[in-house]
Design a protein around this ligand. Structure first.
Ligand SMILES: NC(=O)C1=CN([C@@H]2O[C@H](COP(=O)(O)OP(=O)(O)OC[C@H]3O[C@@H](n4cnc5c(N)ncnc54)[C@H](O)[C@@H]3O)[C@@H](O)[C@H]2O)C=CC1
Length: 344
């Protein structure tokens, strides 16, 4: 048997007193039984605590137990295991031993995908896990996520890292039929001098509609109200080999004073729509030209964009935004999003 049973844990707790701030009993009550026991004992051994007056560090008294210690972890709903990154041992040698024991334990139990998140403070554990066969899954500022697919005869079913970035662009037209445009500080030589719509990326956990309003405000200082997603573009291999979803949003201006963000933006202004469209880079570009045609069609009520509607689906219980346009089956156009005169 690779793991230590709960009864062994109980006996251990009764018969051994732990000196120091971390005691086995504090973890044993956890339902994660054997994993928790392994971690707790490893932490004890790792930090040189004494049991019954015997220093555990590098001692063979507990050597045989130590070899059987397992990483603290819990099962996921796909037959896999998520290692508890808050309870990793600090000693790389202990980690190596626990990782190996855990891998054989998971293999024996028929576990599939293993998720191992290693915080930046414990980055010395990364090469150890890689050596044991783990692969990079994704990284953030504070951690790297590694994975291991155990079944040799089954294809790896672990989902890949996020594949897309999400951008937004704001089409902001005022009552004088002037569009809010910017010149970027950093752009390709072919785009130098181009007056373009304000664009940017939405943040994590940010809505498309609020991201568009924020980006316009940040770049130009103009307050806006979100109206509709007019169109979106899907492109691939845009940055870091990721795909790009670019949502073009129609926004209503609530102020007109321009204050540029001079970190990103060289200049911004209200430009007559006809002048904007006449720019060679807009007229000659299939996407920019079509976007403006769609926006103009929207202004003439020949087209309808998508508006966000907040809802919670019982599928996952999460609040979310469903973008759609209102369809009026009773021919009463007064309730249709599409017929709304957005600049009145
Ligand atoms: N900029 C444009 O003319 C167009 C943009 N889009 C879309 O707009 C969305 C946002 O794209 P953009 O506004 O072009 O974003 P971007 O590539 O200009 O990045 C936004 C900002 O991030 C910073 N940044 C980006 N890479 C950097 C680096 N390597 N070093 C330092 N700072 C860096 C810069 O401050 C930059 O202004 C995307 O979805 C894109 O597809 C679509 C068509 C045209």
């Amino acid at each position: 048997m690779d793991s230590v049973s709960l009864s062994e844990v109980t006996i251990t707790r009764r018969t051994h007193l732990v000196e120091g701030s971390r005691a086995i009993s504090s973890s044993v009550s956890n339902t994660k039984s054997q994993y928790v026991y392994g971690e707790s004992l490893a932490a004890t051994a790792d930090s040189g605590y004494k049991m019954n007056g015997v220093n555990l560090k590098n001692r063979t008294l507990f050597g045989s137990v130590k070899e059987r210690l397992l990483l603290d972890a819990y099962d996921d709903e796909y037959g896999g295991v998520v290692v508890d990154h808050g309870k990793l041992p600090s000693n790389p040698n202990v980690f190596t031993s626990m990782l190996r024991n855990s891998l054989s334990d998971w293999r024996r139990k028929g576990k599939k995908g293993i998720w191992l998140k290693l915080p930046v403070e414990q980055s010395e554990l990364v090469p150890i896990a890689i050596k044991e066969g783990f692969e990079y899954h994704h990284a953030e500022k504070g951690y790297v996520m590694l994975t291991y697919w155990i079944p040799e005869m089954e294809p790896c079913m672990l989902p890949a890292n996020a594949s897309h970035q999400v951008g937004v662009g704001g089409f902001v037209l005022n009552q004088h039929k002037e569009v809010l445009v910017v010149q970027e500080k950093y752009c390709t030589s072919s785009n130098t001098g181009l007056w373009k719509l304000p664009t940017g990326f939405i943040n994590e956990s940010e809505e498309i509609f609020s991201g568009a309003v924020r980006e316009v405000k940040e770049e130009t200082g103009v307050d806006t109200e979100f109206l509709e997603v007019i169109a979106f573009r899907h492109a691939h291999n845009v940055a870091f080999e990721k795909s790009d979803l670019f949502f073009i949003c129609m926004l209503k201006p609530l102020s007109d004073k321009i204050i540029i963000d001079d970190l990103e933006i060289k200049a911004a202004k209200w430009m007559p729509l006809e002048e904007y469209v006449e720019q060679p880079m807009i007229r000659g570009d299939k996407m920019f030209k079509r976007v403006i045609e769609i926006c103009e069609a929207r202004l003439r009520h020949r087209y309808c964009g998508l508006s966000p509607h907040r809802l919670i689906s019982s599928f996952d219980g999460r609040p979310s935004s469903l973008y759609y346009n209102v369809v009026d089956d009773d021919q009463d156009h007064s309730h249709s999003t599409c017929s709304a005169n957005i600049y009145e």
